[in-house]
Design a protein around this ligand. Structure first.
Ligand SMILES: [Ca+2]
Ligand SMILES: [Ca+2]
Length: 326
């Protein structure tokens, strides 16, 4: 963060944000999907969409969340580019094949090799040595989002995309992620106030969840999205900013360190924990909320967590991509 924007943010935190501050005009929110003019197909990353920045209220607006989602505060997001889809297993396969990359789940020297998965009988989580991105414990195709990926694995993939394209790809920040997920809304969920209305927009723990799910402490949402585990990317309604699966399917690593609150003076940032956002096929009401934050260590990996790429800007006149209209 630049010094100027840090000062600006501090002022906003100190201001007591009122409900009316969270009412947006269209120009505040930025250009929504109906206005999107720019997208770019950049191989091997895929389609990136341009997100027009704006200001919004970040955090637990509905006041039904966790302490780390408070206080609600104004955030200013600059224009940036975000991948239309979660990174797929096929994209990760191409990366692993061309670089010989060995993921954290596959490292033999790992104290806990494999991928963290749930025991469907006891609903306890444990690392299973045989599970990794190409064998996550359920059936996937290469069009599904890659899972069992640690934060460090995601950074390794990003390094490769930088080499392949010459463009400075990165993970989105939490503020960028929530800005895109909310898309101008202040409701509990991006689609409204009810989790049961999620199934057109997101792959969650729904009525089609696997049989072992009857013992889950998370519960199942009262609608049917058609997938027990991951779904191919892009199966549900597009978000107003032009991206798919921002909520649900798989959690997405962000570039931020987790902190106990959004207050700068109490932040006590612990970079031992990185934030991921958006909930997954295994989760339901609580974690699907737009304000929800989850976190894990940088080498931890679960079969519910993947990632999505962001990019500051595409250089004018870049020959790395073909600009397209949607
Ligand atoms: Ca589902
Ligand atoms: Ca997602």
């Amino acid at each position: 963060m630049k010094i100027g924007s840090l000062f600006f943010s501090a002022l906003l935190y100190l201001t007591n944000v009122q409900a009316e501050d969270c009412v947006y005009s269209h120009s505040d929110v930025g250009t929504l999907f109906s206005d999107v003019q720019e997208q770019a197909d950049i191989q091997p990353v895929g389609v990136m969409v341009r997100v027009i920045g704006g200001k919004y209220c970040m955090g637990d607006i509905a006041d039904n969340g966790e302490p780390d989602e408070k206080p609600v505060h104004l955030e200013q997001v600059s224009d940036f580019w975000l991948a239309r889809y979660e990174v797929t297993r096929g994209q990760f396969r191409k990366f692993a094949a061309s670089t010989g990359y060995v993921s954290d789940a596959e490292r033999v020297d790992s104290t806990e090799a494999g991928c963290l998965t749930v025991d469907p009988e006891k609903w306890t989580f444990k690392y299973r040595e045989e599970y990794f991105w190409d064998a996550p414990g359920f059936k996937q195709a290469d069009t599904h989002p890659v899972v069992c990926i640690s934060y460090e694995d995601a950074l390794a993939f990003i390094s490769w995309t930088k080499q392949e394209t010459g463009l400075p790809f990165r993970l989105p920040t939490e503020a960028e992620w929530e800005y895109v997920a909310r898309a101008g809304t202040q409701s509990i969920y991006p689609w409204g106030e009810l989790a049961s209305e999620s199934c057109d927009s997101a792959n969650v723990a729904d009525q089609s969840a696997w049989p072992g799910y009857s013992k889950s402490p998370f519960g199942r949402i009262a609608c049917n999205d058609g997938y027990s585990f991951t779904a191919p990317v892009g199966q549900y309604e597009v978000n107003p900013h032009g991206v798919f699966d921002i909520s649900g399917n798989v959690w997405e690593w962000t570039s931020d360190c987790w902190a106990k609150s959004y207050l700068p003076d109490k932040k006590q940032e612990d970079c031992g924990l990185r934030v991921f956002r958006g909930s997954s096929w295994m989760n339901s009401e609580k974690s699907l909320r737009a304000a929800n934050r989850s976190k894990n260590g940088p080498t931890d990996r679960l079969n519910t967590v993947g990632f999505r790429l962001a990019l500051e800007q595409i250089p004018v006149g870049s020959d790395k991509y073909e600009a397209e209209s949607p």
